[in-house]
Design a protein around this ligand. Structure first.
Ligand code: GLN
Length: 315
């Protein structure tokens, strides 16, 4: 099936484009470094590469290791934000801001300087506050999130990798410090250790890029999932989530990512990135070697090539 490039008007095949990208990115292997501060993540094969596109017409195209589950890590912050907005509406913004932080995702000093008020829901401080909010509504935040991904994407695989969860829980010293600062300022209700444990379990969710592209499709389609045949979130919430993705989704590289790719996106230290092209579809990519700030190095190159050649950019 052919797709039209909205910027040039020419027709192209998404399947051919993804296969071309798989070939083009290979020389970039070896330039990044797999996350090893969570010991279990260091065991992944660094040269994996998978990419998938889900279009608003329910066309699903994959290439490379597109069916292999990987650790979603911070990409779960995107689904956590959707769940919290769906459940509590704008209430979460009384605890968490919407501004870019310009600091590392696990930065501590900024949180202390700003009296326990996280800059946005995509830095760890904000994500811990979102998880805390969800804990008042469910005993199993990771399960709630997996349920959303399965329904929205029409997928029946995936789930928590308990070994990765245990590995992060055992080494989450920085996140425990963040959670304690949050508690000291009453930003979270539950005990800091309980919030960190729930957050680490959520981060250890594993799905493939194909599942991920499918599950995020409502963000490209005003909240509707054509794969589930139901509305997963209100259109006004979709706009808000995409706005925060565009301004804070890629850590301290959010500006240069917008410059290179031009799509709202969220990354995780497992090497995944999911990018939303409103009205067109979702692109997900996975390659474990990370750049200096913790974004997939090869994945970013792949998305840059995709945006250039598909014309899928909001800029
Ligand atoms: N679980 C990881 C952490 O909190 C997620 C970080 C990330 O993907 N940026 O450190």
């Amino acid at each position: 099936m052919m797709t039209r490039n909205p910027q040039t008007g020419s027709e192209f095949s998404l399947a051919v484009l993804l296969d071309d990208i798989c070939d083009h990115v290979r020389p970039a292997f070896g330039r990044g470094k797999v996350a090893d501060y969570i010991p279990e993540l260091a065991r992944v094969n660094p040269r994996k590469f998978g990419m998938a596109v889900a279009t608003v017409d329910s066309e699903i195209i994959g290439a490379g290791d597109c069916d292999e589950p990987f650790s979603l890590q911070s990409i779960t912050k995107l689904f956590a934000l959707i769940l919290v907005l769906n459940r509590g509406g704008d209430e979460i913004w009384t605890r968490v801001g919407k501004e870019p932080s310009g600091t590392a995702f696990n930065h501590l000093a900024l949180l202390e300087a700003e009296r326990g008020a996280p800059r946005n829901p995509f830095v760890n401080a904000g994500a811990l506050a979102v998880t805390d909010y969800l804990m008042a509504r469910t005993k199993d935040v990771a399960g709630l999130m997996a349920g959303f991904i399965r329904v929205a994407g029409g997928v029946d695989s995936g789930g928590v990798n308990e070994v990765v969860a245990a590995s992060e829980i055992a080494t989450a010293f920085q996140n425990r410090a963040i959670a304690n600062i949050l508690k000291a300022h009453d930003t979270i209700d539950h005990a800091p250790d309980a919030v960190v444990d729930a957050y680490c379990r959520q981060c250890a969710l594993e799905f493939s890029v194909r599942d991920l592209a499918r599950a995020a499709l409502p963000l490209a389609l005003q909240g509707f999932s054509p794969l589930a045949g139901e509305t997963m979130m209100a259109p006004r919430l979709v706009r808000r989530v995409n706005a925060v993705l565009m301004t804070s989704g890629m850590y301290e590289s959010t500006g240069s990512f917008a410059y290179r790719v031009g799509l709202p996106a969220k990354s995780g230290v497992g090497g995944g990135i999911v990018a939303v092209a409103p009205g067109r579809g979702v692109v997900a990519v996975w390659s474990p070697e990370l750049d200096r700030v913790g974004n997939s190095l090869v994945g970013t190159i792949a998305l840059e090539l995709f945006a250039q050649n598909s014309g899928w950019s909001i800029l």
